[in-house]
Design a protein around this ligand. Structure first.
Ligand code: MG
Length: 367
């Protein structure tokens, strides 16, 4: 079989965008997010990929990965993925390492689809017309007015029937405020909207069970990272003692990570983030791992990368419509997805269906 056109260039740029208000969850707080963008070019066509991570991701791409992807067959992103994963063995794969691989992988898949003039969803093969989403934000740093405004926007204006708030404030030391904010959320969203909570690993296992018991009248149905996602036994213990589904997996970086989490019985629904777990290639493998355990997968953050690929996965539950990333992606790209009604349609344009608004992005460029 003859090879496709060679990847001619892989370029990296970095953008730091301030949040529109201070943001925080149970275990970390931030006032800006950094997007590392990869542009991969072949035959005059350019594919876009990105991750959210530190500028060190860009250094790793330039120093280690760009040279591997350049010159490779632009119709074989998975081959480049394997070679990149091999190349960062000694650098460390979780976190920065696989964020770098993911950004390049996504750009290579976007490039391949554009070279074939196909939407990425059609290149991979759709199994659904649109993908369910849930509004995600509800930061612990928000006051009551801002929380009401955000939840009300999703539920009453965009008609999204699922929302998630952060709990576990200050490493689980403000449980009374957590419970008051869960009550507030239920009051704002009404009876018919699904309520999700995410503790970002802030609680101990017994504490998480007590919180779930006390929150039961407000009917949360999704309890994300009640304890650290590194504590597989703790997750399973919580899962066995609470009514809501327990979810985790957002830091997963390879199929073995997801297999370990599921084999331990730690979650009811697997989360995976294409910008951390190896891009399009890695996310599809994570979905297959979840399917092998009879479980569904939910896409974590990076909404406009997940929409086109989630539409190709049979065991999809939903995607996270994360406030910070929704806002950044709509500022930097044309063609972003619309979640009105609670589901987003994959783009009709080639690849990810996005184009970079270069002059707008330039304002935030740091590298
Ligand atoms: Mg989370």
């Amino acid at each position: 079989m003859s090879a496709g056109p060679a990847v001619e260039r892989v370029e990296v740029s970095v953008y730091t965008i301030p949040t529109d208000a201070p943001e925080g969850d149970g275990t970390i707080a931030w006032d800006s997010s950094t997007l590392v963008l990869v542009e991969a070019t072949a035959r005059g066509t350019t594919g876009l990929g990105w991750t959210y991570g530190p500028p060190a991701v860009a250094a790793l791409i330039e120093g280690r990965l760009a040279g591997i992807a350049t010159g490779g067959d632009a119709t074989s992103p998975s081959r480049a993925n394997d070679r990149m994963v091999e190349a960062i063995r000694n650098d460390g794969r979780p976190g920065v390492g696989m964020e770098a691989v993911s950004a390049v992988d996504i750009a290579l898949w976007d490039l391949k689809a554009r070279l074939l003039d196909l939407p990425l969803t059609r290149l991979l093969g759709a199994v659904r017309d649109d993908v369910p989403v849930y509004g995600s934000g509800g930061f612990t740093t928000y006051d009551e007015a801002r929380t009401r405004e955000q939840l009300g926007h999703w539920v009453h204006e965009q008609r999204i029937p699922r929302v998630k708030i952060k709990i576990g404030e200050s490493w689980g030391t403000r449980v009374e405020r957590d419970l008051a904010r869960i009550r507030l959320a239920r009051e704002v969203i009404g009876d018919d909207t699904e309520l999700y909570v995410d503790a970002n690993g802030a609680y101990s296992a017994k504490q998480a069970i007590r919180v779930a018991e006390r929150a039961a009248p407000d009917r949360p149905v999704w309890f994300e990272e009640p304890v650290s996602s590194d504590d597989l036994d703790g997750l399973r213990f919580v899962r066995e003692h609470v009514a809501p589904d327990v979810a985790a997996g957002e830091y997963g970086h390879d199929p073995q990570y997801f297999r370990r989490m599921l084999a331990a019985g730690s979650v009811d629904c697997l989360q995976a983030d294409a910008s951390r777990c190896g891009g399009v290639t890695g996310w599809l493998r994570a979905a297959a791992v979840a399917g092998s355990f009879g479980l569904e997968i939910s896409g974590h953050c990076v909404p406009n990368v997940h929409v086109p690929i989630a539409a190709t996965v049979p065991n999809l539950r939903h995607l996270e419509w994360f406030h910070d990333h929704v806002r950044i992606e709509s500022m930097l790209f044309d063609g972003t997805a619309d979640p009105t009604g609670g589901a987003a349609r994959p783009p009709d344009g080639p690849g990810l269906g996005l184009s970079l608004r270069r002059p707008d992005a330039e304002r935030y460029r740091v590298r």
